[in-house]
Ligand binder design. Structure first.
Ligand code: FES
Length: 320
């Protein structure tokens, strides 16, 4: 039996219209509305939430053409994962229906003339990067793509990237000894360059270290290491919409406590990477512990991810 999902009421059923093998472990699934009506538009960097039969939800970046609005996801089969990618690989065929929500975008890419872009992808992190490269090409801005992987056979979307981006694409296949030299990459970068990176944690950490002081925007699939919380004491959270106040002890998350109080909050990863539990902050100072917001966005203090972020003051007022 299919369990209820944690997707919002705006979630919709879509049908798989094509399934393509893109690398030795990544398949591409094209999705469309069952009646052929256009699906919501999306921008490069966006992802969709896909419901699994056990009610769990997984996020997949859209890697079709953002200008045409094609919905395509690339799914890496992860034998040691939590089972979501294996279920999609084993059960989704052309004609299958799957429930999805979104698109949502926490990795926004808005190409601007006068800025050049370095797009760095590692492994299946190529999915949002491929959409960014298409958007950059459409916008007519300067860009290059650096794509790293174990081997060409393991690298999804490689043919498409080569065809669309020609010599702007630089392939770094480890088994060919063509490793990505990040220090050289940043040293040779002209001013007014913004780097976008999506890939494994160690790649993102290396890009952030090599690009310190430069404009670098990353998307993480795994939570980054965060230090001790600002406060070790409990704090209060006032729920402005539903009324009432809850106390969040030091060993529990805001999400756990508000759910226990009967407030419906959408969530998925519960580790500060997917963005599903984003909540508007009306008052109070936040101890941001997510892996999504940039330092500037964190400093704005107007939203938080309540599965991991906490209060840096005795009382928060949230739009819940
Ligand atoms: S549930 Fe994923 S960021 Fe909170």
């Amino acid at each position: 039996m299919t369990a209820p999902t944690r997707l919002p009421e705006t979630a919709l059923d879509v049908v798989v219209t094509a399934r393509t093998r893109s690398s030795d472990a990544v398949d591409l699934f094209d999705l469309a509305a069952p009646d052929g009506t256009p699906l919501p538009r999306w921008e490069a960097g966006a992802h969709v939430d896909v419901a699994l039969p056990d009610g769990d939800v997984r996020q997949y970046s859209l890697c079709g053409d953002p200008v045409e609005g094609t919905w395509r996801i690339g799914v890496l089969r992860e034998p040691d994962g939590r089972g979501g990618s294996a279920w999609l690989h084993d059960h989704l065929a052309v004609g299958s229906t799957v429930r999805v929500a979104g698109p949502r975008n926490h990795f926004e890419f808005e190409p601007r003339r006068g800025t050049s872009y370095v797009l760095v992808a590692g492994g299946v992190g190529v999915t949002p990067i491929s959409a960014m490269a298409r958007a950059a090409a459409h916008a007519g801005v300067e860009y290059v793509v650096h794509y790293a992987g174990r081997s060409r056979a393991s690298m999804a979307l490689l043919d498409e990237l080569a065809e669309l981006h020609g010599d702007r694409l630089h392939v770094h296949a480890a088994d060919e000894g063509a490793r990505l030299d990040l220090d050289a990459l940043f040293a040779g970068m002209p001013p007014f360059t913004t780097t976008y990176c999506c890939g494994p944690e160690r790649m993102i950490d290396a890009v952030e270290a090599a690009g310190a002081g430069r404009q670098v925007v990353v998307e993480r699939f795994e939570p980054k290491a965060v230090g001790e919380p600002v406060r070790h004491e409990s704090f209060e959270v006032e729920l402005a919409l539903t009324g009432g106040t809850v106390t969040v002890p030091s060993d529990r998350s805001v999400l756990d406590v508000v759910e226990e109080a009967g407030v419906l909050v959408l969530s998925s990863c519960r580790e500060g990477t997917c963005g599903t539990c984003e909540t508007t902050v009306l008052e109070g100072e936040v101890d941001h512990r997510d892996s999504i917001l940039t330092p500037d966005e964190q400093a704005a203090g107007d939203r938080m991810f309540i599965c991991v972020s906490r209060a840096a003051c005795p009382r928060l007022v949230l739009d819940l």
